[in-house]
Design a protein around this ligand. Sequence first.
Ligand code: SAM
Ligand code: DTB
Ligand code: SF4
Length: 383
Amino acid sequence: MPAIASTAQSPSTDMAVRHDWKRSEIDALFALPFNDLIFQAAALHRAHFDPNAVQVSTLLSIKTGACPEDCKYCSQSGHYNTELEKEKLLEVSRVVEEAKAARQNGASRFCMGAAWRSPRDKDMPYVLDMIRQVKDLGMETCMTLGMLNEGQAGALAEAGLDYYNHNLDTSPEYYGQVITTRTYNDRLSTLANVRDAGMKVCCGGIVGMGEERNDRVGLLQQLANLPHHPESVPINMLVKIEGTPLADVDDLDPFEFVRTVAVARILMPQSYVRLSAGRQEMNDEAQALCFMAGANSIFYGERLLTTDNPEANHDQRLFKRLGIHPLDPRHEASDEAHEEAIQAQVSEQQAEEAGLFYNALDSKRAAKHVLDKDTGRPTATEH
Ligand code: SAM
Ligand code: DTB
Ligand code: SF4
């Protein structure tokens, strides 16, 4: 049996971060008995993070549909008839209003996505303005706008963009079955440009697209062997969109999804692993397993880009049931303040424990469970 598989008694929490993962090692992790895999992932999660803290981002589609790319999973591709309502680039003021609402509901990061192959020059001033104004609200900023050249990456970084999301989506081998209008290497170049410009990288993929386990292994190997691990690794479960070529693909076993999260956690122990698209179609128990397996960030708010996400109220309740608290990464480094914020959040949850099964329909109460943007502590709860 390979050494990596014999961890049932004492999982390795070796802090070394590797960039030389072999396929056979990743295969062996996937092949572990489920409990052993989760044990190992959870141990590493605990060694690097507060296991009960989850980072919370809210997404907004700033330009919707009519995309020239042919990604076979996507509601926004102009190649398929998905009956999506298209929308031009939103006004900056509208984006700022949405960011304020997200902040009000407790999101610490605002992610703006555009259905572009890459941004055009004439779009850039608006996009840069969005970054500046959302940052002025005290939020972290993230964008996903398609491919970027060096100059574009530099301009976004200069405007203060914290994260850029650009996914590898799947293994190099399966990639051609999913997208033909841009190459795997195009994606790697964009990631290099983002990194060189000094931004944090958010990069992951989608599972449940009809790929084999071998492709999930290949995707994670690519991510884990990048020169720097992405700070954020979104693992999306395909949201099946009517009208796209992947609309009728077979469902992935939810345990295989949890395994993918666990292996991502083990390969990239210092990264945030994001339980991303597909939560609406997942039950609470599967999500809890993902958190146990090391997922420590989510998209929060009722919409992803064009599809539904669990209602904020539902997520608030799930967090309470699991004793999870939202993390504000801006306070991560500031030790004492952060510790206090966490303690305050935990105490508040404990105080509310008596009302654990509070009326789920009381969405106002739930929606006001908010962290102060400066202190990271819960603000007064309004009713
Ligand atoms: N157009 C830009 C691009 O593709 O780089 C940014 C937006 S795109 C919607 C961002 C990512 O969302 C995709 O790379 C893909 O990983 C994910 N995504 C899109 N549609 C999805 C779906 N139906 N299910 C799961 N993930 C999806
Ligand atoms: C990511 O990996 N997942 C998010 C974000 N990055 C931009 C997008 C998910 C999109 C799900 C389908 C939709 O809502 O259109
Ligand atoms: Fe366009 Fe992005 Fe959708 Fe691909 S994933 S079709 S690039 S919006």
